[in-house]
Design a protein around this ligand. Structure first.
Ligand SMILES: Nc1ncnc2c1ncn2[C@@H]1O[C@H](COP(=O)(O)OP(=O)(O)OP(=O)(O)O)[C@@H](O)[C@H]1O
Length: 600
């Protein structure tokens, strides 16, 4: 396959529009620095410094709230820690440049301690928990009066100069605020464009699928929270020096937490540039309104944010960046029906399967859900290069067995052991360990990472083998072409048809280069031509030495594919062996069609 074929999905027009977008964003960024310098007015300086500060805070928030999808409304905790650490150390005669890092270190510890127990909570529950922790920190700041000054707050001593981050003119403050914004944007961009960014978005979109692809979902989210907290704390230190006075309710403020989240929501949550655009749009409107209306307009910014948020939700659900991205990528239509490449056909009779030694042993699996005995003493072995069909009527317990074979469920009794690449037998405990030993699985209900392109979805699987983005991208492209998805590389996963999504599910797991592959009903709901293609594909995968267990209801496919079949009924194995013999077994006919049919 030529390189040009691999890159064909990225059109020159699309690259051109992308470049145009980057140039426009670069101009917005440059204008943030140049405009106040050219105008020279104090108030304009103040507005642009405030934009930089809020854009930096919102960009840091976006690493957790956007990339990782953990809607934190307690981010002012880290901003407040940075502010207090900086000011307390300044009062002790230590420069805020040092205090900034001390605050960041404390914020990282607080972030890990606060977030770890909260990660089990999702959506509004996570948000509520972060608000509760924010309140705890505010009360702590009020309580430890000797350190924080309590409700009276702390004044910054009037030591002027770069060393103390306090200036008579506005320009140095703008330089620092702008520098901080650049640092936050740089970190956010670096995370998004590396393996970590892919892992975070995958975790946000489909945690189970991410875990099956070997992503350490808790680890990556903790890392994101730590980085975000450190950046927020550093901005907090500078902002405290800029304000020259801090007190608990304005530092550990729910309103501030909501504001920084809102900038990202309006600009484009989960994008690198969205928070910046949100802050650029909203801060001037509210600051000018406040300046123009003075005390009459207390709370006006809340009203303005509410109106803008409503308009954005109604007309731009993905924020400003969503509109720009649509412009950059052009048309979208349902994709995936017409594979662009021919999947190598391997006729059933052409190839004698090379079946080797056992690679997976399943012994005495028992699983109860409350009073329901879902599997009872399920035992079988899978050999190298073998295709094992796992069949049985609805509710027989097939998916539950798969969940135990991939670490998503712990058996009540029994064991699953897997032959590792080191030649030793292992008993893995969780999906990550199974993936590390070379087991990949698909899900009965497809689990695409909706916010990613087809290429990026497959890259999440490829990152299991590669660290470098370029290597993972190349591997993903090769897999996509092999799976007939080459034409859709740059399309959003959401735009694929059912058949396309099923192939994407297999492509993601194939990019992991598994040694054992668990396929859960990959042929359900697809047309006859696609079933034929899927059978050929599975046979070609097996030719590479991969062992496959396939849960399937499409009997022609099961018969065409399987070297052996295991039949489950009511959680027990009722037959196993050669496919032709198994389908004639009266117990199997009875399980599927009832006793009367079997007797007849
Ligand atoms: N988490 C759970 N809690 C309670 N019951 C469950 C749970 N998961 C599965 N079950 C029940 O266990 C039984 C087996 O379900 P399972 O999904 O494993 O069957 P299956 O053979 O894969 O069915 P199908 O072919 O319809 O997908 C069903 O009765 C199901 O309702």
């Amino acid at each position: 396959m030529t390189d040009t074929t691999l890159k064909s999905a990225v059109t020159p027009a699309r690259i051109g529009r992308h470049r145009l977008g980057l140039i426009a964003l670069g101009l917005v960024l440059a204008a943030l620095f140049v405009t106040p310098v050219v105008i020279g007015d104090e108030f304009v300086y103040h507005i642009f410094i405030t934009i930089c500060i809020f854009a930096a805070l919102s960009t840091a928030w976006n690493i957790v709230g956007g990339y990782a999808g953990q809607l934190s409304l307690g981010h002012a905790i880290f901003y407040g820690i940075g502010a207090y650490a900086g000011v307390i150390l300044v009062n002790m005669g230590i420069s805020p440049w040092i205090g900034m890092f001390a605050g960041a270190a404390v914020a990282v510890v607080a972030a890990v301690v606060v977030s770890y127990p909260c990660f089990r909570l999702h959506g509004p529950f996570f948000a509520l928990a972060t608000i509760a922790f924010l309140e705890v920190f505010r009360v702590l700041a009020l309580h430890f009066r000797e350190l924080t000054g309590g409700a009276t707050g702390l004044m910054i001593p009037l030591k002027i100069g770069w060393e103390w981050m306090v200036f008579r003119e506005r320009l140095p403050a703008l330089i620092i605020a702008f520098g901080m914004l650049l640092v936050c944007l740089g970190v956010a961009w670096a995370i998004r464009s590396r393996r970590l960014g892919f892992h975070l978005i995958a975790t946000r979109e489909r945690e189970s699928a991410a875990r099956a692809a070997g992503v350490g979902t808790v680890k990556v989210r903790l890392f994101a929270v730590a980085v975000s907290a450190a950046l927020s704390a550093m901005v907090g230190t500078f902002h405290a020096m800029y304000l020259t006075f801090i007190e608990p309710s304005s530092m550990f403020s729910l309103q501030l937490s909501i504001q920084i989240a809102m900038f990202a929501l309006i600009g484009g949550i989960g994008t690198v540039w969205g928070p910046l655009l949100g802050a650029v749009l909203l801060v001037p409107i509210t600051e000018f309104a406040r300046g123009a209306l003075g005390a009459e307009a207390i709370g006006l910014h809340g009203f303005v944010y509410g109106v803008v948020l409503m308009l954005v939700v109604l007309f731009m659900p993905n924020g400003i960046m969503g509109v720009l991205a649509r412009f950059a990528s052009g048309r979208k239509e349902a994709a995936g029906d017409e594979p662009d490449t021919h999947i190598a056909a391997v006729a059933r009779t052409d190839v004698a399967p090379q079946i080797g030694d056992p690679v997976l042993r399943v012994e005495g699996l028992q699983k109860h859900f409350g009073g329901l005995h879902v599997t009872n003493d399920v035992s079988f072995t899978l050999r190298e290069g073998e295709i094992l069909g796992l069949i049985g009527p609805n509710g027989a317990g097939k998916t539950t067995v798969f969940n135990m074979l991939s670490g998503f469920l712990k058996p009540d009794q029994g064991s699953v052991t897997l032959l590792g690449p080191d030649g030793e037998w292992h008993e893995p405990g969780n999906p990550g360990d199974f993936a590390a030993l070379g087991l990949g699985r698909t899900f009965q209900i497809v689990q695409p990472f909706a916010a990613m392109t087809v290429e990026e979805n497959i890259m999440v699987g490829a990152f299991h083998r590669y660290h470098a983005v370029s290597d993972a991208r190349e591997a993903a492209r090769e897999t996509a072409h092999r799976m007939g998805l080459g034409r859709y590389l740059q399309d959003e996963a959401n735009s694929l048809t059912v058949g396309g999504l099923k192939r994407l599910e297999v492509a993601r797991v194939m990019a992991m280069k598994p040694r054992v592959l668990l396929l859960d009903e990959v042929m359900a709901g697809i047309n006859r031509t696609d079933v034929k293609r899927a059978v050929d594909l599975m046979l070609s995968i097996r030719e590479t030495g991969v062992s496959i267990i396939a849960i399937e209801h499409v009997m022609q496919a099961v018969m065409a594919l399987s070297d052996r079949v295991v039949v489950l009924s009511s959680g027990e194995i009722i037959a196993q062996g050669d496919p032709q013999e198994v389908v004639r077994d009266p117990h199997v006919i009875e399980a599927y069609l009832g006793k009367e049919f079997a007797d007849a």
